[in-house]
Design a protein around this ligand. Structure first.
Ligand SMILES: [Zn+2]
Length: 111
């Protein structure tokens, strides 16, 4: 696995301006500049043997945090197989989330 970016801003944010320490600022952050604006981190990108994973953290105007995870996976050329792969990705992602977040994971996180 190769980590392309850490998800942390390269320069320290001015927290007195209301940005959390992890906010990337600049064009990433729309807080206070757009309706429903939000703080946003630099995406953290992992290139793995199976797929590229991209995680971005957000904080909305009400202070609620969330993370968006994108999985970039090459699909099979056969349409039926591609559809099956996409559905398996959804089901597997759900099962992984449930295992880690609800069932406790059964192991310590690798970080
Ligand atoms: Zn911000």
């Amino acid at each position: 696995m190769k980590v392309l970016t850490s998800g942390r801003p390269v320069a320290r944010r001015d927290e007195s301006a209301g940005h959390p320490v992890w906010c990337a600022g600049g064009h990433h952050c729309t807080f206070g500049r757009m309706p429903a604006g939000q703080h946003a981190s630099i995406p953290e990108v992992w290139v793995t043997d199976l797929a590229r994973l991209v995680a971005t953290r957000y904080r909305d105007e009400r202070g609620r945090d969330r993370v968006e995870l994108r999985v970039v996976l090459k699909l099979d050329n056969d349409e039926r197989s591609a559809e099956d792969q996409a559905r398996l990705l959804l089901a597997g992602t759900y099962a992984g989330l449930r295992h880690v977040l609800v069932d406790g994971g059964g192991a310590e996180a690798p970080w």
